[in-house]
Design a protein around this ligand. Structure first.
Ligand SMILES: [Zn+2]
Length: 351
């Protein structure tokens, strides 16, 4: 079998992963092996490669949280989810959990003590083949190709968990979406629109601004050319937004707190520009704010998202935005490209 994968043997800069040939193992009971056709990068690929202070990872590890491919082998006695079969096309739910603890049994699998994300706590998709629990397989909707399917799960799961399950977005509410050109930002703009809210996107340049308009943003603010909080106040009759969709961290935090309305909430899933912030407690209680942390999301959301797409797969209410497609052999270059942050949407590798 002509199989290869990329490994983080020791932490180093983005792109420092090492290619190696390997012999894919047979899946154990409850698991399947996929022949990957596409994988998508996330910021977690970079964190896994570079390393996170205070969060040691089991090395060596193959990065890559998202992937799509065909079911190559099925572990003995393993049942498969609906519309999934040996040889069929699937995409991967990126979160792994024990399945039997109290958190898992009530559906909060991302709160499981054993929760792992593919390509971080266990081997991921920067590979020609990957082993996955059968419970993590989903059918690919409609006529989507493998690249679209690979680009879908992690960012849409994350954004849905934040907007629907954590922040309980209501129709008519305004939402400030930082990093509108990122994978999770481009998903959030579409989901806010789908849920009846009004997305205001923040981006780094005019090219990204145009694309955010196309995705349905009500307003777009180009960072660096305008004061984000002041512009938000202008756009909302001085009220501020009901919800801030945060994932950029230190660089945007102060503006997020200034831009949110009284009684508003800030939901965050990341800290790509830094994780240390300051918080004035008087602002927290006087403005009666709610800060909400979120990480990945309930696996059931992926089936909900899939159902919305499958009602009209050729013209779905939301879809992954693809930026650039590399070959899997170019995965280190794809990491460096993602780190540079010049694209719009998801960076994908075709296997
Ligand atoms: Zn569990």
């Amino acid at each position: 079998m002509n199989a290869y994968r990329f490994r983080v043997n020791e932490h180093g800069p983005a792109g420092s992963v090492v290619r190696e040939n390997f012999e894919p193992q047979a899946p154990k009971p409850g698991w399947v092996r996929l022949q990957l056709k596409a994988m998508a990068l996330n910021h977690l690929d970079l964190w896994t490669t570079v390393g996170m202070k205070g969060y040691p990872l089991p090395l060596p590890v193959t990065p890559g949280c998202d992937g799509a491919g065909t079911v190559d082998a099925v572990g003995e006695g393993t049942a498969l989810p609906p519309d999934v079969e040996l040889g069929g096309s699937v995409m991967i739910a990126p979160g792994l959990s024990c399945g039997v603890c109290a958190a898992c049994l009530r559906g909060d699998d991302m709160l499981c003590r054993d929760y792992k994300v593919m390509g971080n706590g266990c081997d991921g998709t920067a590979s020609t083949h990957v082993l996955v629990p059968a419970a993590n397989l989903l059918p690919i909707p409609g006529n989507w190709d493998f690249e679209q399917a690979a680009a879908f799960p992690l960012v849409f799961l994350t954004a849905w968990e934040m907007l629907v399950y954590k922040a309980k977005l209501k129709p008519g509410e305004t939402v400030l979406v930082w990093g509108g050109g990122s994978g999770v930002g481009s998903a959030a703009i579409q989901l806010v629109k789908f849920l009846g809210g009004q997305p205001i996107a923040v981006v780094g340049n005019q090219m990204k601004a145009v694309k955010c308009w196309e995705l349905g943003a009500e307003h777009v603010i180009v960072r660096g050319t305008e004061d984000v909080a002041k512009k938000v106040k202008d756009l909302t009759q001085k009220r501020g937004v009901d919800l801030v969709f945060e994932h950029t961290g230190a660089a945007s935090w102060e503006a997020s707190v200034a831009a949110v309305s009284r009684g508003g909430r800030i939901v965050t899933c990341g800290a790509t520009t830094g994780r240390d912030i300051t918080l004035d407690l008087r602002t927290l209680f006087a403005k009666q704010l709610t800060f909400i942390g979120s990480y990945m999301g309930r696996r059931e959301h992926l089936w909900t998202l899939l159902a919305h797409v499958q009602r009209n797969p050729t013209n779905p209410p939301f879809r992954p935005v693809l930026d650039r497609i590399f070959d899997l052999a170019e995965y280190p270059e794809a990491q460096r490209y993602l780190e540079a942050g010049q694209g719009f949407g998801k960076v994908v590798c075709r296997v």
